[in-house]
Design a protein around this ligand. Structure first.
Ligand code: HEC
Length: 207
């Protein structure tokens, strides 16, 4: 269960400790429920020599059902957490002086989902824990560089070219499994973007 949670967290870019906490809650609740179930069985079948040790087939089914129900219950409960519901897009104050509309287009496709005030919140951004992960990416991304508030939020903007050259942005989880294909730039598009960024003031350290 914990392993599943960690793998899931890596896939959606959710904080791993958070996923582990959720998994531990499910495991602990399931353990408690199953102990109660065993005790109740032991009580009701006191005369039976096999008491407290449910038949193996039944036991597996009960265990799986318990885990499934508690996972669903936990997923249901976490929906009430208010974090992750703020899907605002503050006003656009200033963008870089893009060297061409094409440069902007490539940046919009690959980067604006987290580094702009034109975030298109997908439907699953309303469902925890995806909502938490996505809000966290947008908050963290905007705080590093926000191409919609270029005048005031540009401390890391000169890293833009380097991030693209390194291939470290957009983050791997964003484009894995065919997600956001428009952000998964081809080699030709990356070359185009690199040239465009070199010609745009403030987006590379070398200009
Ligand atoms: C899925 C959200 C997401 C997308 C899409 C994305 N970024 Fe980021 N970006 C982040 C987050 C989160 C951080 C801060 C944490 C980090 O550095 O990993 C960040 C950090 C950065 C930084 C600061 C780097 C540093 O070392 O501090 C730059 C520059 C950047 N991104 C540029 C880009 C560019 C350029 C693109 C498009 C090619 C892009 N990002 C796409 C989420 C995103």
């Amino acid at each position: 269960m914990v392993v599943v949670a960690v793998v899931g967290a890596l896939l959606i870019g959710l904080a791993i400790p958070l996923a582990v906490v959720l998994a531990v809650i499910v495991v602990a609740a399931a353990f408690g429920t199953l102990e109660m179930y065993k005790r109740r069985r032991a009580g009701s079948a006191a005369s039976d020599a096999e008491s407290g040790v449910p038949e193996k087939g039944v036991a597996t089914r009960v265990v799986l059902t318990t885990y499934a129900l508690l996972t669903i219950a936990t997923l249901g409960l976490i929906q009430v957490v208010p974090y992750g519901r703020d899907h605002s897009n503050p006003p656009i104050t200033a963008e870089p002086e893009w060297s061409s509309p094409r440069t902007r287009e490539l940046m919009v496709n690959a980067c604006f989902a987290c580094h702009s005030n034109e975030v298109e919140w997908p439907w699953y951004s309303n469902i925890a824990p995806m909502s938490w992960a996505i809000t966290d990416h947008v908050d963290a991304g905007r705080s590093k560089v926000n191409y919609s508030e270029f005048a005031t939020s540009a401390e890391e903007a000169d890293e833009t070219l380097q991030e693209v050259l390194d291939g470290s942005m957009p983050p791997g989880y964003f484009t894995s499994f065919g997600l956001h294909p428009e952000a998964n730039l081809s080699t030709a598009e990356i070359d185009e973007l690199v040239a465009g960024l070199r010609a745009t003031p403030g987006l590379s350290e070398t200009e």
